[in-house]
Design a protein around this ligand. Structure first.
Ligand code: ZN
Length: 332
């Protein structure tokens, strides 16, 4: 467990406003583009090789209208100031001066307003796409979605946040449809306020007892960053402790084994980004027993600590890769 660092005051509102205004003058991609070549990646993201860790396939994303970067390889995450201080090695003051000066290309007010409108319409489009899958699905009880959960050792009643549907399976990169009418367990992704803003689809085999036989049988749709699948049902409990984990099967396992609200990030790198309702004061971060799992737990604990939330890490028992394997007594 870590605690908030002493002697480092949180910035007050005015300070925050000044920094935000300085950041707003520049595209983050202009600043990062000096260190690594970035290219557009479907919509509002730019992608390139990570300038922080060594890699051969790009996993470093820059989202200009949100003003942050994120590396799915090493977990590096931050904004203009973080990049200038941590990667370029500037002091906080130098970084601030660089942003208020004319070192980097300056983005006009009109361009920023236009970009904001585009980002808002893209967000709406994503939510509508996710909700249309959710509203087109049926309750999971008695369907292949329930068959799948039972085959994974889930014995509790199927929560109202899981539904069943038959959907196309497609290549996420190219959009090419690979199979039609595939059975899928559909998990609702909710934001902190409880609105359904997306889905994670777990595509299933014809008998529902396994996942669909493709390298990526789970696909998310809608607002993925910040939202979470709630395996205990739509409403969170009133307790002030929550559990955050990575995958739906682990989340369902944890939800039936203990009494805290469980939030499933649906992606290792998304664990630090889950947005919590205001009443949550402490979080148990439940990781997988492997290197990516441990990195995700560390990154999540760091992100929550900054927000003043107490954290504790927990892992499955030695010899089990994840919580659901432990439930089913399947050793790694
Ligand atoms: Zn990286």
């Amino acid at each position: 467990m870590t605690s908030r660092r002493r002697g480092q005051r949180m910035p007050d509102d005015e300070f925050r406003r000044v920094i935000d205004a300085a950041k707003d003058r520049h595209n983050l991609s202009d600043i990062i583009g000096r260190r690594t070549k970035l290219k557009p990646s479907g919509g509002r993201e730019m992608v390139g090789l990570c300038p922080i860790h060594t890699e051969r396939t790009p996993s470093f994303y820059v989202i200009d209208d949100k003003g942050f970067y994120h590396c799915f390889g090493c977990g590096a995450h931050g904004d203009h100031m973080t990049f200038l201080t941590k990667v370029d090695g500037l002091s906080f003051r130098q970084a601030f001066e660089a942003l208020t000066g004319d070192t980097f290309p300056i983005v006009s007010e009109a361009e920023r307003a236009q970009r904001k409108r585009e980002a808002e319409s893209e967000t709406r489009r994503r939510i509508v796409a996710g909700r249309s899958v959710w509203h087109g699905a049926v309750p999971a009880a008695g369907t292949l979605a329930e068959t799948y959960l039972r085959s994974r050792g889930i014995t509790m009643p199927v929560p109202n946040t899981v539904r069943f549907g038959r959907l196309d399976y497609f290549d996420q990169e190219t959009g090419e449809v690979i199979a039609t009418d595939v059975a899928a367990a559909i998990c609702a992704l909710q934001n902190a306020a409880g609105d359904v803003v997306g889905v994670q689809r777990i595509y299933l085999s014809a008998d529902g007892r396994r996942k669909f036989d493709v390298p990526k049988p789970k696909l998310s749709l809608g607002i993925i960053v910040g939202s979470a699948f709630r395996p205990g049902g739509h409403a969170l409990g009133s307790g002030t402790t929550a559990v955050i984990c990575e995958g739906p099967e682990d989340g369902l396992t944890l939800a039936q084994e203990q009494s805290h609200s469980v939030l499933v990030a649906c992606g290792t790198s998304l664990m630090p980004r889950v947005e919590l309702p205001a009443w949550i004061a402490s979080v148990i971060v439940a990781g997988d027993n492997n290197a990516p799992g441990r990195t995700a737990v560390k990154n999540t604990e760091e992100a929550l600590t900054v927000l003043g939330i107490a954290t504790r890490a927990t892992f499955p028992k030695e010899g089990f890769k994840d919580w659901n394997d432990q439930l089913r007594d399947i050793r790694a």
